[in-house]
Design a protein around this ligand. Structure first.
Ligand code: PLP
Length: 394
């Protein structure tokens, strides 16, 4: 039987594909260094694990939950947002979802009509455009120059705007670039969105992973009007080393949250109960481990950035957040006699056993994404192998 046109048009996630390929080679016994995955290499903090164990043993994790998540967790999200954003919401403004990825999916399904346009600055996280297409929306990509630190400007937004523009997706700190928008830049963008009645999707998932004195400003905090115009997307995966637990959330306008909830109720029913109890402890329990992990990422970034920035042909600015480097390697490709970054990445894996993700899936075909959410030894050895690989090709 033919599969649907919708499924045929879908690009599978390049990051998941790259890490699956690296893992398959590892399983064959190959000494592969994988810098592909976007997940912390730490295990979930003990207090969070204990909360989950307790929820299982008490029996309360045995049952379906409300589709928007248990009230205690939605209230924990409200408390968390009050503490870190100084913004007031109520539980009815929150939906808990199976990861932030599904919060985005539900949002697009809930607000987009066929042909509605969604502005997505490039480079972008791999799933935005594909999820918009699944909702029959039209992704409108705006190319953001590396010279402008990969940030979109209001002039570019205004140029891309049409009467069909419904949403703008912002992701700061960004996956894949690690850049952070300043308060002033965000204020300008926020005011433009309010003026033109464009809903801001603020993907804040890396908000607590910022380094070397940089600050994360959530756009929703910049004025009441901007707050009303924003849906906050966040989750526990990155800050609490909980990628496997699959808990994310969306916060914002009650009508939109309620429409997302209706779709969730007819698709997943609810996020896994035990993970919800663990997430309460993550959001309102002891926060020291978040800072310990943040410091570990910062120390790694400071140590490995010079190694990768010095690789022949790598054009790379030091990122301020998340856990990725995103060098432009156009010159490296030329030196090595390649025209295609994907082929270079494939050969690097086959010949030097280093797995990176091609920038093509992020809309930047001259770049590669290097995740430093792995131990220092692996990162240093990977830099050495990449250097040797380039030498053998030139
Ligand atoms: N948004 C961005 C920018 C991400 O990088 C990711 C994960 O890689 C997500 C959202 C989704 O996170 P999760 O579904 O694990 O909560």
């Amino acid at each position: 039987m033919d599969i649907s046109r919708r499924a045929q048009k879908l690009e599978p996630s390049v990051t998941l594909a790259a890490s699956a390929k690296a893992n398959a080679l590892k399983a064959e016994g190959k000494d592969v260094l994988s810098l592909t995955v976007g997940e912390p290499d730490f295990t979930t903090p003990k207090n969070i694990q204990q909360a989950a164990i307790q929820a299982i043993e008490s029996g309360k994790a045995s049952y379906y939950t409300p589709s928007a998540g248990i009230k205690e967790l939605r209230e924990a999200v409200v408390t968390h947002i009050e503490r870190y954003y100084q913004l007031n919401y109520e539980a009815k403004n929150v939906i808990v979802t199976d990861g932030a990825k599904f919060a985005l999916y539900l949002l697009f399904q809930a607000v987009l009509n066929p042909k509605d346009e969604v502005i997505i600055p490039v480079p972008y996280w791999v799933s935005y455009g594909e999820q918009v297409k699944l909702a029959e929306g039209v992704p409108v990509f705006i190319s953001c120059a590396q010279e402008n630190k990969f940030k979109v400007t209001v002039e570019q937004l205004e140029k891309a705007r049409t009467e069909k523009t419904k949403l703008l997706i912002l992701n700061s700190p960004s996956n894949p670039t690690g850049m952070i928008y300043s308060q002033e830049e965000l204020r300008e963008i926020g005011e433009w969105a309010v003026l033109n009645d464009i809903l801001i999707v603020s993907d804040d998932i890396y908000g607590r992973l910022v380094y070397n004195g940089a600050t994360f400003t959530p756009i929703a905090t910049l004025s009441q009007a901007i707050q009303k115009q924003t849906i906050i997307i966040n989750g526990v995966s990155k800050s609490y080393a909980m990628t496997g637990w699959r808990i994310g959330y969306a916060v914002g306008d009650e009508t939109i949250i309620s429409a997302m909830n209706d779709i969730a109720s007819q698709s997943t029913s609810n996020p896994t109960a035990v993970s919800q109890y663990a997430a309460i402890e993550a959001l309102v329990g002891e926060q020291d481990t978040v800072e310990t992990m943040r410091q570990a990422f910062e120390a790694r970034l400071n140590e490995i950035y010079p190694l990768f920035a010095a690789l022949p042909g790598f054009k790379l600015e030091k990122p301020h957040g998340a856990f990725y480097l995103f060098p432009n390697i156009k010159e490296t490709l030329l030196m090595c006699g390649y025209t295609d970054v994907t082929k270079w990445v494939d050969d690097l894996l086959a010949e030097a056993q280093v797995a990176l993700v091609t920038g093509a899936g992020f809309g930047a075909p001259e770049n590669v994404r290097i995740s430093y959410a792995t131990d220092l030894e692996t990162l240093k050895e990977a830099a050495k192998r990449i250097e040797k690989f380039i030498e053998t090709k030139t």
